[in-house]
Design a binder for this molecule. Structure first.
Ligand SMILES: Nc1ncnc2c1ncn2[C@@H]1O[C@H](COP(=O)(O)OP(=O)(O)OP(=O)(O)O)[C@@H](O)[C@H]1O
Length: 303
């Protein structure tokens, strides 16, 4: 459905995209995971025609996004990082405006506005002006605006930054529902838990290129390591274990990454009994996307 090859983009002296390649099958929910400045927004802006790539190509349904933007844009719904709405207009009038901009009009547009407002849970607020809405409600209207023309590909750039948990859950449910209905999703975020909750495929992006990509389960298997979580109140340091690849403080305990969890677990139990540790928790934790990110980029996403 989407083929992206060798995208490069520089802003002044900053090389924002080094070389971005990926392809998507229809119906995928694709997570773009990376820290601030990785190049996620630039990639999405190139796909939506807002920014021009210096080189490379992107084809949607076989059509070049840069050469035939009009033929392609009707298939794409774009939710930019910054909320883009007319504050002094009602939700309904905003949707009228965006619907017409996307080429929908008349009775069909009225029906679509009703449908997308119902989907966002804001039907009762349709006549209220947007400036009276919370950040999360504005974001939901922003997403609704991108759905009016029934896009086949929905691109969302960090849509949950700074919004309330209720709106966040609502947005997640909407995205899942759209995806179940066959809409392909590209979802950019720097929150790993969002990718884990929403996406079946992931691209890990850092410093202008994709460092690893694939189905979430395969990435976890290929790059993720098992870990052991140990919580012993007052334990300031842990004895070195040759099979532990990294030790990290996590909550009130320690997270020990290892490829040999059974052996490490046995030794920890022995130590606990020898030193009479007051063990509050000791368990094997399944590989996380965080450990994949660390392995692939050499840095923790939270840093
Ligand atoms: N209009 C611009 N002019 C100059 N530099 C830019 C511009 N837009 C982005 N950049 C730079 O390009 C790099 C990639 O930015 P981009 O916004 O694509 O990253 P991102 O992964 O989306 O991060 P964020 O989550 O902060 O949006 C960054 O170093 C950024 O500072």
């Amino acid at each position: 459905m989407l083929e992206v090859n060798g995208l490069k983009k520089a802003y002044a002296k900053k090389q924002a995209l080094e070389n971005v390649n990926f392809s998507l099958r229809p119906g995928t929910s694709f997570g773009f995971l990376g820290p601030n400045g990785a190049g996620k927004s630039t990639t999405m802006k190139i796909l939506t025609g807002i920014v021009k790539a210096d080189s490379g190509s992107a084809r949607l349904f076989g059509k070049d996004l840069t050469r035939e933007p009009a033929a392609v844009s009707r298939f794409i719904g774009y939710v930019p990082q910054e909320i883009t709405l007319y504050e002094k207009l009602s939700a309904y009038d905003n949707l009228l405006f965006f619907g017409e901009a996307y080429g929908v009009s008349g009775k069909e547009l009225k029906q679509r506005i009703h449908d997308v407002l119902a989907r966002t849970g804001l039907l009762e607020r349709s006549k209220d002006i947007v400036s009276t809405f919370s950040g999360g409600m504005k974001r939901r209207i922003n997403i609704a605006a991108a759905l009016l023309h029934r896009p086949k590909l929905l691109i969302l750039d960090e849509p949950t930054v700074g919004i309330d948990p209720q709106s966040r859950n609502h947005i997640f449910e909407m995205i899942r529902e759209l995806n179940r209905e066959g809409v392909t999703i590209i979802y950019s975020t720097h929150y790993m838990e969002e990718v884990e909750a929403l996406c079946d495929e992931v691209a890990i992006m850092d410093q202008g290129s994709i460092k690893a990509m694939g189905p979430l389960g395969e990435l976890l298997e290929q790059y993720g390591s098992n870990a052991i979580y140990l919580e012993v109140p007052g334990l300031a340091e842990l004895p070195h274990d040759p099979d532990v690849t990294s030790y990290r403080k996590e909550g009130s305990g320690w997270l020990l990454e290892t490829g040999s969890s059974a052996a490490v677990m046995q030794r920890l139990l022995r130590l606990a009994s020898q030193h009479r540790w007051d063990v509050k928790q000791l368990e094997v934790v399944r590989p996380s996307l965080e450990s994949v990110f660390l392995k692939v980029t050499g840095t923790a996403l939270r840093d």
